[in-house]
Write a protein that binds this ligand. Structure first.
Ligand SMILES: *[C@@H]1O[C@H](CO)[C@@H](O)[C@H](O)[C@H]1NC(C)=O
Length: 225
């Protein structure tokens, strides 16, 4: 090999081995507090002047110890997400947090986070939880009690259901993105605006178009904010 091809191989190896395994791009400085007012568009948010950063950029009085209202939700759950929109200091750090309240028999319906793995612990009550792998679609499910922990791998469809008819449940989840994103399956498929053609969905779900039209006429409310 010539000297220049050694250099190319070395440069290639340096690139390959320097790929970070973190979910969001790894920070190149201590912090990059989001400047939500900058007109510049980048992947994530532009950094606020570090000299203008204060402890409050890393803080939110989120009252995560307080129960949320689950009675207004049709699915019987309420997700309180603390991401970069709530704490600007999370920008570039690849992490966020959620409190999830479940009514008796309530659920956080099948959904995916396109940008995050999730780790969840049950603070109160019982949850039947699971995720489904990409093809072939195998279900990994488990009943969790208070103190138990479960992991939902990045991008996979998952759910949590409170099977107890007279007790609420509460969970705390951490997610490996400053902005995990959420796609609630039923809402995305049947509640998109404008709607997906019922020809497309009738074929996909192997049902009559009337069944699709009925589903599309329902109100697909989001439990994630
Ligand atoms: C979630 O809980 C908060 C606080 O209790 C409440 O203001 C909000 O309306 C609830 N959302 C739903 C969809 O019930």
């Amino acid at each position: 090999m010539t000297a220049s091809s050694y250099f190319l191989v070395a440069a290639f190896l340096a690139l390959v081995t320097s790929q970070a395994i973190a979910s969001d791009p790894s920070p190149l400085q201590d912090f990059c507090v989001a400047d939500m007012h900058s007109p510049v568009k980048v992947n994530g948010f532009v950094c606020k002047d570090p000299l203008a950063v204060s402890a409050d950029d890393f803080f939110k009085a989120a009252n995560l110890d307080k129960p949320r209202d689950t009675m207004k939700s049709k699915v019987g759950s309420n997700v309180t997400l603390i991401n970069v929109m709530q704490i600007a200091g999370l920008n570039t750090l690849g992490i966020s947090l959620a409190r999830i309240d479940y009514a008796p028999m309530g659920e956080n319906p099948p959904h995916t986070h396109p940008r995050a793995t999730e780790i969840l612990t049950v603070l109160e009550g019982t949850l039947y939880v699971g995720f489904v792998t990409s093809n072939p679609n195998k279900l990994f499910a488990k009943v969790l009690n208070k103190g138990d922990v479960f992991v939902f791998p990045k991008g996979l469809i998952h759910f949590q259901f409170n099977p107890i008819h007279d007790k609420p449940a509460v969970a705390i989840a951490a997610l490996s993105s400053q902005n995990p994103g959420v796609i609630t399956i039923a809402n995305a498929v049947f509640g998109s605006k404008p709607p997906i053609s019922d020809d497309v969905l009738a074929k996909a779900f192997q049902v009559q178009k009337g069944t699709i039209d009925w589903l599309q006429a329902q109100f697909w409310e989001n439990n994630h904010y």
